[in-house]
Design a protein around this ligand. Structure first.
Ligand code: ADP
Length: 487
């Protein structure tokens, strides 16, 4: 496979990382395959580990963390800077690994690698600025100091849709704060995580500080992470369903949880919007990563005055998308991740059609077969349809028609999710009214792309808790302690 053609083939490792060891076998001797979703080809065979290996990784992290926490912020920053530089220098190889295991277009994969690197850079810089506080005493002999300390050992569980960046976004602030990590990447896409750990080792991250456990039995690893008393925090990106399970499991030891869960993003276009800009915004927000991001526009609300024009422009624009293998030139969308994902997309479209929607574009599996699907636009969509409530996680843009601002805010907020939201308007008062009324952790205004390491990414309601990126992000890996002195 292409893995042997990397500039540095050693980056494609098939071994788990526990403490100072790279392990090609787990206790059971079982293995699992990593498959290229574009071709169905097996690209790697990895050890399938269980709770025991997870426990050993946690032990290794527990020991290593004490020494890591004693390093200065500047020392940890220097290491993360070296890791950032290595990631950037190896971006082509890392993107190749990513596209092979996940399917996204190579250019998008490269973008993801650099996006992940930006969190490593940012978090490293923040390592030097974990400031405490002094508080005027409550009695004349009292002095009060607030210090900030790393939480300790962090368990991380990450998804397949951004196999590199979702891990970088957790690992970097955790390590910057002085925590050690045991990560379990999604079994579909573990190679990107392993290459990050490998570069971490080359950057000088001490053994045990950043461990990768490989397993197809995610629930077993989730149990170990939530029941092992040495783990002080669990950070998870994935579905709300699994987030809920982990929260329940973590209740016994009052586990601190960082949760980046599902979304059901509204994308609102008002009559006064710049329509061409709105179409471009919808293109990136809806079809990036083939609709497989938690911040993807899931419900597009278009005001009546521009509904038909928007539907026409978006369909014409999406019709130009090139669907294919991520390594082909000029590709805009790769395959979906698996057959189940395709079935969900088909189910959502069939349900909408049965309830009266029309297909303006696409609607079917792509002619090239496999896991490819046509970019799709649905018109005449109503609140009775599944697309109104569930995350489709595929290249389907359902267009809802609305009349008034009050109506669309109610529609947009009528969901248990609260991650990303978007709207287009050129009326300044309306911009502030709507931005403040949307019950979401993030609001894109006249833009469809909002992710950056300098801003706090995260959701409200059942989309999660905690924030990743910005100066807020590192706080998730820190405990506050106050010292009360009598002088
Ligand atoms: P997705 O729809 O992105 O696959 P999931 O929530 O199913 O979302 O998966 C995200 C991550 O959670 C993956 O690494 C997966 O292996 C893991 N996972 C799935 N089920 C569990 C569970 N019960 N406990 C812990 N982790 C789980």
């Amino acid at each position: 496979s292409l893995l042997s053609k990397l500039k540095d083939p050693s980056l494609a490792t098939d071994k788990a990382r526990i403490g100072g060891d790279w392990l090609h076998a787990g206790d059971s001797g079982k293995t699992f395959d990593v498959i290229n979703p574009s071709t169905g080809e097996v690209i790697a065979t990895l050890p399938d580990m269980g709770r025991n290996e997870a426990a050993r990784a946690i032990d290794a992290a527990y020991e290593a963390q004490k020494e890591w926490a004693r390093k200065t912020g500047k020392e940890r920053a220097a290491m993360l800077r070296r890791l950032h530089d290595l990631v950037v220098a190896n971006a082509d190889d890392l993107a190749t690994i990513l596209t092979l295991e996940m399917g996204k277009p190579f250019a998008e994969a490269r973008g993801e690698i650099l996006y992940g690197a930006s969190y490593i850079e940012w978090s490293g810089e923040e390592a030097k600025r974990v400031y405490g506080d002094t508080i005027p005493g409550h009695q004349s002999d009292k002095r009060i100091l607030v210090i900030k300390q790393p939480i300790g050992v962090v368990g991380a569980i990450t998804p397949w849709n951004f196999p590199s960046a979702m891990l970088a976004r957790k690992m970097a602030p955790a390590l910057a704060a002085g925590c050690a990590m045991v990560a379990k990447p999604a079994a579909e896409t573990p190679l990107s995580a392993l290459s990050l750990a490998l570069l971490g080792e080359r950057a000088g991250v001490p053994s045990g500080v950043f461990n990768i456990i490989l397993s197809k039995d995610a629930p077993a690893i989730g149990r170990e992470f939530t029941e092992n008393a040495k783990v002080r925090k669990l950070t998870f990106t994935g579905s709300t369903e699994v987030g809920r399970i982990l929260m329940r499991q973590g209740a016994d030891q009052i586990m601190k949880l960082g949760l980046e869960l599902g979304g059901n993003a509204p994308f609102i276009v008002f009559d006064d919007a710049d329509l061409d800009a709105a179409v471009e915004g919808a293109m990136v927000s809806k079809y990036r990563n083939n609709g497989q991001t938690c911040v993807c526009a899931n419900r597009l609300y278009i005001q009546a005055g521009v509904y038909d024009a928007f539907a026409e422009k978006l369909s014409a624009r999406a019709a130009l998308m090139k669907v294919g293998d991520g390594f082909e030139d000029g590709i805009d969308a790769g395959p979906l991740i698996d057959e189940k994902a395709l079935e969900k997309v088909e189910d959502h479209i069939a349900d909408a059609i049965a309830k009266g929607a029309s297909i303006a574009l696409g609607g079917k599996r792509h002619a090239r077969g496999g896991l490819f699907f046509q970019p799709t636009v649905l018109t005449g969509v109503t609140t009775q349809m599944k697309v109104a409530r569930e995350e489709t996680f595929g290249p389907v843009a359902p267009l809802f028609r609305f009349e008034t601002e009050e109506e669309v805010i109610e529609l947009a907020n009528a969901t248990e999710f609260g991650l990303a939201s978007y709207f287009y308007s050129r009326d300044l008062s309306k911009v502030f009214r709507v931005a403040e009324a949307l019950e979401y952790g993030m609001v894109g205004i006249n833009t469809g792309l909002i992710s950056t390491e300098v801003a706090p990414f995260g959701g409200i309601k059942q989309s999660g808790q905690g924030r990743e990126g910005s100066r807020y992000g590192i706080e998730d890996y820190i405990e506050v302690k106050y010292l009360c002195l009598s002088v």
